[in-house]
Design a protein. Structure first.
Length: 599
């Protein structure tokens, strides 16, 4: 009954606010355009997808040096550890909705089709108070960039025996514009590795993936817009085991369907947006002795009023209902969330600032108050925010270790960011700190079973800097760039093992270097890049350590008005390295991509 009351309350409120119309339209001489997932325009993304030199989401995240890509093998499950936080702390937004699984708090980032969602953006801090649950560590925003091509075909091939075909189509009419994209890929991911002085072949993933997206806008009149956004995803693959494990076939199938509809009304000094979202997530994992299946349904209703012109404010209400039906739970599990948010922007000469806050009610319980304060003077900004992270359903309800008494993780974050220019060299620096209490972790018990507990207080702090300049030589632009990242993430207090206090968390390197240089003109684009990741501990007592690894890549892109050809050589020095112990990564390998517009 109370769930129904929440639904009725939200519908009565007009529901749905979405800060993310992807098209552009003119209403009453006010130009409304694509807006980011956060209010206003103060928060800019720190990294953007580069389709000239990046072939996939993995390429994009590997160049996001403030974090560490975490995956055991190409085509396997991929996560991203940002500034020492876990993958469950990183919101992955599609149309403003966090698509991290309510079951395990994660989403396999390798499944994002970068050829279709070619406008990927990463926010190192973002506005976590408004990005939904898990907003403790940056934000990955899945969005599309307009190409203005009626029909475009993209083909890809890799020496790992990976193949892909993508078709993209855009249609623009007076009262309608739309985009349709289809991507199919078959990625074998076959490569050799060396073990005990022998050359062996890695078990292939044989990943088959299909993505279909549709985005359409219809304009009934000059004051209204109706938007539909659909994403269907189907992935089938093998999950290779470690090189020291006995041969075992593991198979995973992901089927996801996401649909969002919204309507925008323009008033004299404000914009009203309302809409509905439905998402269905199916995941099957099988081995010869395990058959694990889950089916999750998600319903979201939102409404927002946003000031335009000189009045910069917004207020929103959001209702979300998650229902999970895994075959390994004793019964269906639900989560009912009501969110109220408000924000305002202030601008005075060289100063600009914004504040926003959100209060959530989850299953009739009041959650910790979330807020974000951003102050910017010229090119220096200070952001302070507070947020929380709910336990996943597995943490709460796993049959042999779930803990329904878990507390919510809470974080307090601060970041100072500055940009300056000296003799045409642009310096960007960032200093941050993130304090998390009641960190959730699975630990072994005396019975031999593992269980989820609130184990420790964690402090992540660090320093990031980047130097970049552009040199103009005749028709060429030469752009060198160098980045350095220092991160220290340790337990301030440990509730069960005091020996872990002060130790760096596993898989988080303290030091990372990255440098690249681009040579570009209107037709030819060259890039050479180099990355160094420092040592990473893979045991909590620091008895095990993965060594430093170096990666160098080189790429070339040939660009014409309706044609583009790209070739990349990865790991050109053929380094042997592992991101996860006993899971070797490929040596030198090549990727090629061709795209052409038919009309």
């Amino acid at each position: 009954m109370k769930s129904k009351l929440n639904i009725h309350f939200c519908i009565f409120f007009i529901l749905f606010v979405s800060k993310d119309g992807w098209s552009q339209f003119v209403l009453d001489s006010v130009f409304i355009q694509d807006s980011i997932r956060f209010p206003f325009s103060m928060i800019k993304s720190d990294h953007q997808y580069d389709n000239k030199h990046q072939f996939s989401t993995i390429d994009f995240l590997q160049e996001t040096t403030s974090g560490q890509v975490q995956y055991s093998t190409p085509g396997g499950l991929m996560t991203f550890l940002h500034r020492g936080m876990g993958n469950r702390h990183l919101p992955v937004l599609w149309n403003g909705n966090n698509i991290q699984s309510v079951i395990n708090g994660s989403y396999d980032l390798s499944l994002i089709p970068a050829n279709l969602y070619n406008g990927l953006q990463f926010y190192t801090s973002g506005n976590p108070a408004l990005s939904g649950n898990n907003g403790l560590s940056g934000t990955l925003d899945i969005k599309r960039k307009k190409t203005h091509s009626p029909l475009e075909v993209i083909t890809g091939i890799s020496s790992l025996q990976n193949y892909s075909l993508t078709v993209r189509s855009e249609l623009n009419k007076k009262k309608y514009n739309g985009f349709t994209g289809v991507e199919y890929g078959f990625n074998r991911n076959i490569f050799n590795y060396t073990y005990d002085n022998k050359s062996l072949q890695r078990t292939p993933t044989d990943l088959k993936k299909l993505n279909i997206i549709y985005q359409g806008n219809y304009y009934p009149n000059e004051k209204q817009m109706i938007n539909i956004d659909l994403w269907y995803q189907n992935a089938n693959r093998n999950i290779p085991v470690s090189t020291t494990s006995a041969s075992l076939m593991q198979h995973q199938k992901d089927i996801n369907f996401r649909l969002k509809t919204k309507m925008v009304w323009l008033l004299q000094q404000s914009k009203i947006t309302s809409g509905l979202t439905y998402m269905n997530e199916k995941l099957d994992f099988t081995t010869p002795v395990v058959n694990s299946t889950s089916d999750v349904n998600i319903y979201i209703i939102n409404a927002e009023i946003e000031g335009i012109g000189h009045k910069k404010y917004f207020t929103s209400v959001n209702w979300r209902f998650d229902q999970a039906n895994p075959n390994f739970y004793t019964k269906s599990r639900i989560r009912n969330t009501l969110q109220l948010a408000y924000g305002k922007q202030i601008k005075r000469a060289d100063y600009s600032g914004s504040f926003s806050f959100r209060q959530d009610l989850v299953d009739e319980k009041i959650m910790p108050f979330s807020f974000s304060l951003l102050n910017q003077f010229k090119k220096t900004s200070l952001q302070i925010s507070r947020n929380y992270n709910l336990p996943g359903f597995n943490d709460l309800y796993w049959p042999s270790g779930g803990n329904e008494s878990l507390k919510t993780e809470k974080s307090l974050q601060a970041e100072i960011k500055s940009k300056s220019t000296f003799k045409k060299i642009q310096f960007t620096t960032s200093i941050y700190i993130n304090h998390v209490t009641d960190w959730i972790q699975w630990v072994p018990q005396s019975s031999g079973l593992w269980t989820a507990v609130n184990q420790k207080k964690v402090l992540s702090r660090g320093f990031e800097c980047q130097l970049e300049t552009s040199i103009y030589k005749r028709r060429w632009v030469i752009t060198p760039e160098i980045s350095y990242v220092y991160n220290k993430t340790t337990a301030l207090d440990h509730y069960t093992d005091k020996k872990q206090i002060g130790k760096q968390l596993i898989y988080i390197p303290q030091h990372k270097w990255s440098t690249k240089i681009k040579f570009e003109n209107t037709v030819h684009h060259f890039q050479i890049s180099y990355q160094l990741a420092g040592k990473r501990y893979d045991t909590t007592d620091h008895s095990g350590m993965l060594p430093v690894y170096h990666l160098a890549d080189a790429g070339y892109t040939y660009v014409k008005e309706k044609y583009r050809f790209s070739l990349t050589l990865n790991n050109i020095f053929n380094q042997h390295y592992q991101i996860v112990r006993y899971f070797p990564m490929p040596g030198i390998h090549a990727e090629m991509k061709c795209s052409f517009s038919i009309f």
